[in-house]
Design a protein around this ligand. Structure first.
Ligand SMILES: NC(=O)c1ccc[n+]([C@@H]2O[C@H](COP(=O)([O-])OP(=O)(O)OC[C@H]3O[C@@H](n4cnc5c(N)ncnc54)[C@H](O)[C@@H]3O)[C@@H](O)[C@H]2O)c1
Ligand SMILES: O=C(O)[C@H](O)COP(=O)(O)O
Length: 393
């Protein structure tokens, strides 16, 4: 029986991928084999010795101490693309909220008083404060052309906008999906100087934190609009508010409220709603539940942010999963230990990613605890486990 701890609400569609006969799933349990999480911050949580995998039912993994997990041989999975459409739809809504002053107009309407005749009069007198502008012909700059950025760029093209994008590490897959007339910016500075709207779709890292600061805002077009559905910290909010107050920026729409932002008249904040649709929550939960299950049961890895992709079908034999540093002679030492314990390798696959390697080894006899301990004692081995035998169809 595997134990799965949930740190946030995970869609039941995902939890249903973990049959109760094989998986105990609860928000509070001891010695979990895996944790399923959304945005709960894990940096200060103790890491149980039993933990083998973390499944982030979403895209961003900045709430998880990934390098520390890698050091302990713990796989971290996410759900790339599974909530991208949900975010794209909210970005489109955000552009319209800003361009048409919808939040401000709605607030005005809610505060109207008097009988309906008085309200009608106040509406006609007051509406001129909320005159907006239309999207076709305006330029959207998209920073980060991954799962979400590509959808945002293509949707904006379909609305008649000119779109320029910047992503120095764009994948071939994303490039194929991008509309051909999305223009490539040479740099962030090039993009910000030519955009009316800017939407950010990058992970929060040391390199992306405050990628929009006071200096970059000064080089933007007058009346530009910022959209941050990426992460708190990508934009220097103090600089954005100063520029809004000075009339340099027109509006700021973002998914990360704070005391500074939440009541500012030119800011619309939403309570981190980017991925909060039933469809996205289901997609993310199903994807990570399947990935975590495949890793626990077979050692196979899909969509990990720190482990290499590795897939070895179960063709009989007793499987060991070894996570080790990517240094010379690891396989030699592992196979020597197996041979000394009288175990013969039937099949083996080794894959590496950066400084880490995963080795799946199918052996002819059930593995004993003493063998696990010997292999775990090899310098450079981060984790070892023997899997229960696969259920034969
Ligand atoms: N508001 C929400 O609810 C919500 C929902 C989903 C994702 N997100 C955030 O959006 C981010 C992006 O999600 P995604 O699914 O598109 O991820 P993704 O990994 O598919 O795409 C991220 C892209 O950013 C690019 N990138 C990285 N650093 C860059 C830089 N300095 N300049 C330009 N491009 C850079 C990468 O090359 C990649 O193509 C996530 O990391 C997460 O923080 C927020
Ligand atoms: O990175 C993500 O996928 C989003 O920020 C969604 O976060 P959530 O799962 O907490 O809604």
């Amino acid at each position: 029986m595997y134990k799965i701890q949930t740190l946030n609400n995970i869609s039941v569609a995902g939890l249903n991928r973990l049959p109760r006969e094989q998986f105990e799933v609860a928000s509070e349990l001891s010695h979990p084999d895996a944790i399923l999480v959304r945005s709960a911050k894990m940096h200060d949580l103790p890491v149980p010795a039993s933990l083998k995998a973390i499944g982030r039912a979403g895209a961003g993994v900045n709430n998880i101490p990934v390098p520390a997990m890698t050091e302990r041989g713990i796989a971290v999975f996410n759900a790339p693309g599974a909530n991208a459409n949900a975010v794209k739809e909210l970005v489109l809504a955000g552009m319209l909220l800003a361009a048409r002053n919808i939040a401000q107009g709605w607030q005005f309407a809610r505060e109207l008083e008097g009988d309906d005749a008085a309200i009608g009069k106040a509406v006609e007198a007051g509406k001129k404060q909320f005159v907006g502008f239309e999207l076709p012909g305006r330029t959207l700059g998209v920073i980060g052309l991954g799962a979400i950025g590509v959808l945002v760029a293509n949707a904006a093209r379909a609305l008649g906008m000119k779109v320029i994008g910047f992503d120095p590490s764009i994948t071939v897959r994303s490039a194929w999906k991008l509309e051909a007339d999305v223009e490539r910016a040479l740099s962030i500075d090039d993009l910000v100087s030519r955009s009316d709207f800017m939407s950010f779709h990058v992970p929060l890292t040391d390199k992306t934190r405050h990628m929009i600061n006071a200096e970059r805002i000064q080089s933007m077009r007058d009346g530009a609009v910022l959209l941050n559905f990426s992460r708190d910290g990508i934009i220097d909010d103090d600089a954005a508010v100063t520029a809004l107050d000075a009339g340099k920026l027109y509006a700021y729409v973002c998914d990360f409220p704070s005391n500074l932002l939440k009541t500012h008249p030119r800011v619309v904040t939403l309570p981190h709603l980017g991925a909060s649709t039933c469809e996205a929550e289901e997609n993310c939960a199903v994807m990570v539940a399947d990935q975590v299950r495949a890793y626990l049961e077979d050692g196979n890895v899909s969509n990990s942010v720190n482990f290499p992709e590795i897939h070895l079908p179960r063709n009989g034999g007793h499987r060991m999963v070894v996570v080790n540093r990517n240094v010379p002679n690891m396989l030699g030492q592992i196979s020597t230990d197996l041979a000394e314990d009288g175990l013969n390798i039937i099949d083996m696959l080794n894959r590496s990613r950066d400084d880490l390697a995963v080795t799946l080894i199918d052996i002819d006899k059930p593995c004993q605890e003493q063998t696990v301990q010997r292999i775990a004692g090899i310098d450079g081995v981060l984790s070892v486990r023997c899997l229960p035998d696969a259920v034969q169809a």
